[in-house]
Design a protein around this ligand. Structure first.
Ligand code: SF4
Ligand code: SF4
Length: 454
């Protein structure tokens, strides 16, 4: 990988915004994405996004092709789910997902043919056509958030939203699929950007990349300099590698200097942030009409025999993906869906990959650092590390007391669970879990208040 820094384009991390220095471990950054063959079956949970769950639109015994809708709803904040292999529906019912919860799902047994449905290139003559097409594609934030993209882009024309940031920071250690997307599919990235810019009228577009991905920067810059459409309104920005540089609010401040106040959205400060894999998908979808049926993910860690970057049908089981990577090289002590900072530790590897999963990591015991929890020594490192200027040690105390008002006063609900505070804590406190508890205390209090007011 290129290690040369590109001078003149470097932006310092925003002042006073915490974060932590983590080792990058971008071991797979030179590995091209390999397409995994069709699995024997896929499991498609009806909740793969933030918002209302979908309702199955197929029944057991139905034959489906790739791209046929198998789940949908009338709710606006939701996204349809499509068949990701061709074959027969063999089950419709609850399945276990990565966080251990049971969710209704459609299971399809593959016929091994991977036959596509009859895709139609979306006709886009207006903003409304575009948003309808984006919804029909089933696209949700591919960086891990899972927020339906058509909802994110449905801001009012007169709302003053004039800036689009393409998030290619990829600050989580180990994960390299966004890096590969910039290198392998740079034309899709740029065509997606130009289409979205033109239809939604963005005046400024920034492609934000961390300074450990200079080869991706150079490729995009080279294409841009040979492209007549490229103008001053689209800029490449190199950011210092510091976790969580790619978190939406942190990125907005690093790139534009604007701060999103607690409880507000990026669009309230005139900005929309899209993950680079999402914009690249849109670039392809608007040319082919093929909805979101597969995604790229990094498979790495000391317990994986052959680490890879893979493109897999959504709904493929984690166990099958690990098998395709040669299985385990040693006894796995911890298996994570997602990155080591924000991912979920798996207790079962027969769970399916969802639209928002960008990595599967497996580590042997010697690579896993388990901190022994001790009393807080009031060192303040957690507050220093928090990019949102929260006070995790104080929130922990309020949450343990069940003090909802105290948690609210400390803005616990704005916590994005990035894990920087827990990483920095010398006492090994599981602060992210305490932040979740604080949010649960606030929610329970709001529900009780509503009940008593009835
Ligand atoms: S997990 Fe929450 S409290 Fe901790 S650093 Fe991240 S945003 Fe701040
Ligand atoms: S970093 Fe840990 S020990 Fe230090 S104040 Fe925060 S919770 Fe306490």
């Amino acid at each position: 990988m290129a290690s040369k820094k590109i001078e003149g384009a470097l932006k310092p991390a925003a002042k006073g915004r915490g974060g932590v220095r983590v080792s990058h471990h971008k071991n797979t950054c030179t590995l091209e994405v390999v397409r995994m063959p069709a699995p024997e079956r896929v499991i498609l949970p009806m909740q793969q996004h933030i918002g209302a769950p979908c309702i199955p639109t197929v029944k057991v015994g139905d034959e489906v092709k790739i791209g046929d809708v198998v789940g949908d709803t009338d709710a606006f904040v939701s996204a349809p789910i499509h068949a990701t292999v061709s074959g027969k529906v063999v089950a419709v019912g609850p399945v276990k997902v990565a966080d251990g919860s049971m969710i209704p799902a459609v299971t399809i047994e593959s016929d091994g043919k991977m036959t596509d449905a009859d895709f139609k290139v979306p006709k886009v003559n207006s903003r409304e056509d575009f948003l309808k097409a984006v919804r029909a594609s089933g696209l949700v934030g591919l960086g891990g958030a899972g927020f339906p993209t058509h909802v994110k882009l449905a801001f009012k024309e007169d709302a003053g939203v004039d800036t689009l940031i393409i998030n290619a920071a990829e600050c989580e250690p180990f994960i390299t699929v966004d890096h590969r997307e910039c290198i392998d599919n740079s034309w899709d990235v740029l065509s997606g950007i130009y289409t979205v810019k033109e239809i939604l009228g963005f005046k400024n577009v920034f492609i934000a990349i961390e300074d450990n991905k200079c080869d991706a920067f150079e490729i995009l810059q080279k294409i841009a300099s040979n492209n007549a459409d490229w103008d001053d309104s689209v800029k490449l920005v190199i950011l210092k590698s510091r976790y969580p540089q790619g978190a939406e609010k942190v990125l907005i401040e690093s790139v534009t200097g604007k701060r999103v106040p607690p409880g507000k959205l990026p669009s309230d400060v005139g900005v929309v942030v899209m993950n680079v894999a999402s914009i690249s998908f849109l670039g392809r979808y608007l040319k082919t009409g093929k909805p979101l049926v597969s995604r790229s993910l990094t498979v790495d860690g000391s317990a994986i025999k052959e680490p890879k970057n893979l493109r897999v049908p959504i709904g493929t089981e984690v166990s099958k993906i690990i098998e395709f990577c040669g299985g385990f090289s040693s006894e796995p002590y911890k298996i994570i869906s997602g990155g080591p900072m924000m991912g979920i530790a798996l207790c079962d590897i027969d769970v399916p990959i969802l639209k928002s999963n960008n990595a599967i990591l497996a580590f042997s015991k010697d690579q896993v650092r388990i901190k022994k929890e001790r009393d807080c020594i009031r060192c303040g490192r957690c507050a220093e590390a928090c990019p949102l200027n929260l006070m995790p040690s104080k929130i922990e105390i309020r949450a343990a007391l069940g003090d909802a008002e105290g948690c609210e006063a400390l803005h616990a609900t704005t916590c994005m669970e990035c894990g920087s505070c827990a990483y920095a804590c010398p006492s090994g406190k599981p602060l992210v879990q305490h932040m979740r508890l604080a949010k649960a205390v606030i929610l329970a209090n709001a529900v009780n208040r509503e009940e008593s007011e009835k």
